[in-house]
Design a protein around this ligand. Structure first.
Ligand SMILES: [Zn+2]
Length: 123
């Protein structure tokens, strides 16, 4: 399917750019990638995790209380929105993402599945 190809191609590019090969992404990778992409990333006492764009500034907030594996999945899901170039919903000067946008959510989940190693790449 086209959507899967988009997700897999994007994932491959990220792996190459950040020199990650045949292993799951870690929390350290997440912060390293965010720094390089100019994304301000924080774990916070938030009811949810999200990716937010305000003008040209990028933010990822990750729900602090998530258990380790769920947290990495959430981190990669939000990075998925970034790399898949999702635009999100406009709200004043900000763009935000939520579960109303089913297609984008499925793509971001697909990216996170690949990044966390929960889904083997189709090769
Ligand atoms: Zn999302």
């Amino acid at each position: 399917m086209k959507e899967n190809q988009k997700v897999e191609r994007t994932f491959q590019k990220v792996c190459e750019k950040y020199d990650i090969e045949n292993r799951a992404f870690t929390k350290e990778d997440f912060y390293r990638i965010c720094e390089s992409e100019n994304i301000t990333a924080k774990e916070m006492d938030s009811p949810t995790s999200f990716y937010l764009r305000v003008k040209s500034k990028l933010f990822i907030v990750v729900e602090e209380k998530l258990e380790r594996e769920k947290k990495i999945f959430a981190m990669m899901h939000e990075l998925g929105h970034h790399f898949l170039e999702h635009r999100g919903h406009k709200m004043q000067n900000a763009f935000y993402f939520d579960s109303r946008d089913k297609e984008n959510e499925a793509e971001a989940d697909g990216f996170a599945l690949l990044a966390t190693g929960l889904k083997q790449e189709a090769r």
